[in-house]
Design a binder for this molecule. Structure first.
Ligand code: NAD
Length: 375
């Protein structure tokens, strides 16, 4: 099969979907790899590195797309790109089908088959393909570094000749993959950390990292696939009240609470921000879907009464080398299931392929995506 990789077109995107080490694996499994010149520039993968493993480099996007049988990308390719693919081609990418259902229209218009990497089941068998976990790990880590660099205090307890500096207090909201990495990173930097989640199973993980777990008593909102269920206004109000006290005692808050396909739950109110100390920092990783903090503005920095609120759009992209490496390995593991011996293996009895294939030959085949696109 001919697999194509282009430069990402999203503003500020520095990752590439396939690194030379993974291109090499795909080529040795009897595929061809076509790469747009410069695609790996920000991931320190230059054209020569791709050519060395047998990939073909080209500056002619139209020719690459005209030949491609499979297009892999990090972000959903633009309509202009999708329209240039041949009918029946395959697209593998983070397509945001539940968050931006209108964005998948071009996939159906052009008779394409599309696999959405965020729809891969979170099963043990699919762990090597789990792009969401890879990117969330990086985002959680970078969020803490951002908070630590902006806080007008230090994170660790320091005993100096000039006296003792107490450790910073960090509150992490949402203890999934990003949240747990944020907790681990903040702990490594020496902060005192608290974690909050509405899945009670998260408590054990939070405590195992040396942080205190804050929970809503008698509630376990774990739903399908280990994700949180969307909770009602009563639970949210209770959570907000509970968190307001903890926020007032925190120097930094990292928020990561999300429910797939739904707006992010509002957990830190304006009133809670106003009770925080001047100089405190909030990093809201849930900004793309509305944010966990009432004052969050996605991809902007808000200063409110001495508190800074950051909601960076693409933290994983900033660590472009490692995020490209992980994405590339995940997508290659997925392709090794989809393409066997250089041939397409569209086996819909396989739960990974069936779960992630949202469009087949131009038809939406996932019920949730179909419902979201009709809303
Ligand atoms: P996510 O990004 O969808 O959400 C982040 C966190 O926000 C979750 O822990 C969720 O419980 C929490 N949250 C949602 N609403 C909340 C609210 N109102 N208040 C507080 N917290 C709230 O989740 P994720 O990081 O992608 O992980 C989802 C689940 O999948 C977790 O249980 C994780 O352990 C599991 N997981 C399993 C595998 C695997 O088995 N292969 C891989 C990765 C993740």
């Amino acid at each position: 099969m001919k697999i194509a990789v282009l430069k990402e077109t999203l503003a500020g995107e520095r990752r590439v979907a396939l690194m030379p080490e993974s291109a090499s694996k795909l080529i040795s499994s009897r595929n061809e790899v076509l790469v747009e010149s410069g695609a790996g520039f920000f991931a320190n993968a230059d054209d020569a590195a791709y050519e060395e493993v047998g990939a073909v480099i080209s500056v002619k996007i139209d020719e690459i797309l005209g030949e491609a049988e499979v297009l892999i990308a990090i972000n959903r390719p633009t309509d202009k790109i999708l329209n240039k693919l041949r009918k029946g081609s395959i697209v593998v990418s983070l397509l945001r089908p539940l968050d931006e259902p209108t964005g998948i229209k071009s996939l159906t218009n052009n008779g394409l088959t599309a696999f959405s990497l965020e729809m891969i089941p979170r099963s043990t068998r699919a762990q090597t393909m789990d792009v969401l976990s890879s990117m969330a790990t990086i985002a959680g880590y970078r969020a803490v570094l951002l908070a630590a660099s902006k806080l007008p205090k230090l994170f660790p307890l320091l005993t100096t000749a000039a006296g003792t500096i107490p450790p910073a207090k960090v509150l992490v909201i949402g203890a999934g993959v990003a949240g747990l990495q944020a907790i681990a990173t903040a702990r490594r930097l020496g902060a005192v950390v608290e974690g909050f989640d509405i899945r009670s199973a998260a408590g054990e993980a939070v405590r195992s990292l040396g942080a205190k777990f804050i929970e809503v008593e008698n509630l376990d909102a774990e739903g399908e696939g280990g994700y949180a269920k969307e909770v009602g206004e009563e639970v949210l109000e209770h959570s907000r009240t509970l968190l307001q006290t903890h926020a007032a005692n925190s120097d930094c808050i990292i928020t990561t609470a999300q429910v797939p396909g739904r707006p992010s739950p509002l957990l830190i109110t304006k009133a809670a921000v106003e009770e925080m100390k001047r100089g405190s920092v909030i990093v809201d990783l849930a900004g793309q879907n509305g944010g966990n903090c009432e004052l969050t503005k996605f991809d902007e920095t808000v200063e409110h009464k001495g508190v800074s609120i950051y909601s960076p759009s693409n933290m994983a992209s900033d660590a472009s080398i490692h995020s490209s490496q992980l994405f590339s390995r995940n997508v290659t593991a997925f392709l090794s299931l989809l393409l066997q011996d250089g041939k397409l293996n569209l086996d819909f009895t396989d739960e990974i392929l069936s779960g992630s294939c949202i469009v087949h030959n131009g038809e939406i085949r996932n019920e949730k995506v179909k419902n979201a696109s009709e809303d």
